[in-house]
Design a protein around this ligand. Structure first.
Ligand code: HEM
Ligand SMILES: *[C@@H]1O[C@H](CO)[C@@H](O)[C@H](O)[C@H]1NC(C)=O
Ligand SMILES: *[C@@H]1O[C@H](CO)[C@@H](O)[C@H](O)[C@H]1NC(C)=O
Ligand SMILES: *[C@@H]1O[C@H](CO)[C@@H](O)[C@H](O)[C@H]1NC(C)=O
Length: 437
């Protein structure tokens, strides 16, 4: 099943460069009436609804419940690189076919994993605006799909979460880099063995913040040393670090609540995309703010290889990890505007709404809202400015990774010891009170 999807993904990736993605239907140059007709089958356009607010009950509870049974995806169901969204789909928290609205995905991330409302919106909308169909309000959690509706004009991609470098990126913990073979979504056992090894070496057999700091460095170095196209600048910087801590924050049973992820549970989520039996979601809504701890273990500046492997260079245009206001602005000003340089009509209306919903995720941090596409209240008047006024930036004249120099942990690719496999099996059958052991 996963293999099937991967093959399709690979075929698409190889068949066309990103900017020349085959459009199912191009909406370029259509009148308002023609646009509405092209949209039929997806209903008449209306401004997408705002995402839900915080949960009314934000405590722990059983989430692997009778109403959300695990079911294997059908061959036609789409799964992708996010093990958590795959899990939510496999349990019916989002549409089992792998296509859903950002509102429902935000709701499901809160309901199933107690992801904090702001983090759920930040993650979901930053991915949705670049990978989803904003007019039909639908996102594929994996490969590009006609089920999200007719494509807007290029250079928009609407490629689903698999699309490389607009959100999905390098140095994932259990998935290969796009450069390796184009398959960014399949679980990779070799990589997972590295995750296990680091959890034993630095977490005493659990994945915790100490292990996360070391394993993030290891995966970053893997990319620098082996992937000439390696990049970990915005938006990947944010997603890479939040994904390093999400398993600690969101996959530790709420009754255990100690920041030490069991490895059998890690495998259940990463590989099977399945809630462990009797899994209770976290005890309170969880942010990713402890990503600062992971960053502090081995600080790096955002950047990438600029001239082959081992040429890591800091990108002075990219916001730093703690600066969520600039990450939001950069994503809208650069990534989104590159894909949508001059939208009109329903598309413009939908972009304005979604950019605003994205903003609400950083509002409580005191960020200022930006309006590069004008405001919803502007109606048909596109206040968007056509010629970018980005400041000229001098070529980077500093630093290669690691920054500052760090001691590299020893690493070898040999599988974790047999005990690694045996211990979690036993733990999996243990009663809930054994969780804290
Ligand atoms: C809210 C909507 C979400 C979206 C749109 C989303 C999207 C993604 C995407 C595109 C990736 C692939 C990035 C890459 O590795 O290159 C990813 C990875 C990941 N996501 Fe999500 N995600 C969401 C929610 C969650 C939640 C709720 C969790 C945890 C409970 C989570 C945990 C992870 C983890 C751990 C990875 C890393 C996989 C790896 O490195 O092997 N995500 N997500
Ligand atoms: C899994 O990852 C390893 C290490 O990066 C790589 O050598 C291998 O080709 C990957 N396997 C698959 C099936 O992609
Ligand atoms: C992770 O686990 C190791 C081994 O038990 C421990 O020394 C370390 O303090 C833990 N780190 C955190 C942040 O819990
Ligand atoms: C984004 O564009 C706005 C203008 O719409 C500008 O005020 C802001 O400084 C820009 N931010 C970044 C990070 O480029």
């Amino acid at each position: 099943m996963v293999g099937f999807i991967s093959f399709v993904t690979l075929a698409i990736a190889l068949a066309a460069p990103v900017t020349a993605f085959p459009a199912h239907v191009s909406l370029a140059g259509l009148s308002r009436e023609e646009l509405d007709m092209a949209m039929s089958g997806f209903g008449p356009y209306s401004t997408p609804p705002p995402p839900p607010g915080p949960l009314e009950f934000g405590g722990t509870k059983l989430v692997n419940d009778a109403e959300h049974p695990f079911m294997d995806p059908k061959d036609t169901d789409i799964r992708g690189p996010c093990p958590a969204l795959n899990t939510l789909a496999n349990h019916g928290y989002i549409n089992r076919n792998g296509i859903d609205t950002p509102s429902n995905i935000v709701r499901a991330a809160m309901e199933g994993f107690n992801m904090h409302n702001n983090l759920a919106k930040f993650t979901c909308y930053s991915a949705f605006v670049v990978n989803g169909n904003m007019v039909t309000d639908l996102l594929s959690i994996g490969e590009k799909s006609a089920k999200t509706g007719p494509d807007p004009p290029q250079p928009a991609i609407v490629g689903g979460l698999n699309t490389h470098n607009v959100f999905e990126g390098d140095s994932s913990m259990t998935r290969a880099d796009f450069y390796d073979n184009g398959d960014v979504e399949s679980f990779n056992e070799t990589l997972f063995q590295g995750f296990i090894e680091y959890s034993y070496r630095f977490g005493g057999g659990r994945y915790n913040l100490t292990a996360a700091g070391e394993y993030r460095l290891k995966r970053t170095l893997d990319g620098i040393q082996n992937n000439p196209t390696f990049t970990i600048a915005s938006p990947r910087l944010f997603s890479a670090y939040s994904e390093s801590v999400n398993p600690i924050n969101l996959w530790v049973d709420g009754r255990q609540d100690d920041g030490q992820l069991r490895l059998d549970h890690a495998r259940s989520f990463f590989e099977a995309a399945r809630f462990p039996d009797d899994f209770h979601r976290p005890a309170r809504p969880m942010t990713a703010d402890n990503e600062e701890v992971v960053l502090a273990a081995h600080p790096i500046e955002p950047g990438g290889n600029i001239n082959g492997v081992n040429t890591y260079t800091v990108d002075p245009n990219s916001p730093r990890l703690p600066d969520k206001c600039s990450i939001y602005e950069h994503h809208v000003n650069y990534t989104l505007r590159t894909l949508y340089p001059n939208p009109t009509g329903n598309l413009l209306d939908a972009i304005r709404a979604n950019v605003h919903y994205f903003y609400t995720s950083v509002q409580e941090r005191g960020c200022t809202e930006i309006y590069p596409y004008g405001r919803v209240e502007d109606g048909e008047n596109n206040a968007y400015y056509a010629s970018p006024d980005f400041p000229e930036v001098d070529l980077p004249d500093y630093g290669t990774f690691p920054y500052p120099p760090v001691d590299l942990p020893e690493y070898c690719d040999t599988p974790a010891p047999a005990a690694v496999e045996a211990a979690p099996e036993t733990a999996a059958e243990a009663a809930p009170e054994a969780l804290a052991t």
